[in-house]
Design a binder for this molecule. Sequence first.
Ligand SMILES: NC(=O)c1ccc[n+]([C@@H]2O[C@H](COP(=O)([O-])OP(=O)(O)OC[C@H]3O[C@@H](n4cnc5c(N)ncnc54)[C@H](OP(=O)(O)O)[C@@H]3O)[C@@H](O)[C@H]2O)c1
Length: 287
Amino acid sequence: MSDKKLENAVPDVPRHVLRDDNKIPQLGLGTYPMDDAEAEALIPEALWRGYRLIDTAVNYGNELGVGRGVQASGIKREDIFLTTKLPGRDHGTDSVRRSLEASLKRLGTDYVDLYLIHWPNPSVDRYVETWQTMIELRDQGLVKSTGVSNFLPEHLLRLEKETGEMPVINQVELNPQYQQELLREFHGEHKIVTEAWAPLGRKTDILQHEWIAEIARKQGRTPAQVMLRWHIQSNILPIPKTSDVTRMAENIDVFDWDLSDDQMRRIKMLHTGLSGSGFDPRDHEEM
Ligand SMILES: NC(=O)c1ccc[n+]([C@@H]2O[C@H](COP(=O)([O-])OP(=O)(O)OC[C@H]3O[C@@H](n4cnc5c(N)ncnc54)[C@H](OP(=O)(O)O)[C@@H]3O)[C@@H](O)[C@H]2O)c1
């Protein structure tokens, strides 16, 4: 299919309004573990299929490819929502600006839409000064929205206490097996959007669960679409990763149909509390 024909057939992804009034698409494309070459080839394919939110990070080593892909797509920069993440080794007042400037250079852009602290790395204990610097970079226009990833309520409360400001987004591991209900409640109380990594349950078997398969059969959809629709109806923003263009189209086709209340209740019962990654933000160090 030509790019033009694809663009005419793609879904228009609705947006969440963040606490800072910026708007973010309700579903995006994850890019880990694409390398630069793969990202460069695949990002235009995703954009032509309607994706407008692309999630990358310094630690994925693919910002250059993501940036080239965005430029090659022919889609206007202002219509695309780009997220990148600051690595643990760059926490600290002086290093944040340097790290962001290097990301912007690789991405070939003069701002990112969303800048996240990738992990709190509490043993390093520099996430508060890092957050303060990110707010300053936002006020200077290099970043539109500031957020965090893998933060627990104790980390979020400390940010508020010491800087007076909470993030607008927290990106965390979340899927029907690991639903993070308490954290989501906390986010709701503080107007923080919950963004889900591993929304398809990478490193778990949840995508193969018989109840998901049964709901998919009844809906005439795929198991991945059922899982992603559950996120959308739960007000959670999923960023599924795929390197397969057919799956790209499949994963974004979740906006013009509904799971029933009964199907939502059944999926809620799939929670086991088992994380696929096994990473605990209290002690996981990612530099
Ligand atoms: N903030 C953080 O600490 C953090 C941590 C991990 C990930 N992330 C971000 O979150 C994104 C998503 O998480 P994730 O990649 O870990 O897990 P995921 O999106 O739950 O799962 C990705 C896996 O599912 C497969 N897949 C995709 N669509 C499918 C479909 N329709 N049917 C069957 N299988 C399908 C993919 O394979 P194919 O590619 O072969 O289709 C890939 O193996 C990452 O790419 C990254 O951007 C953030």
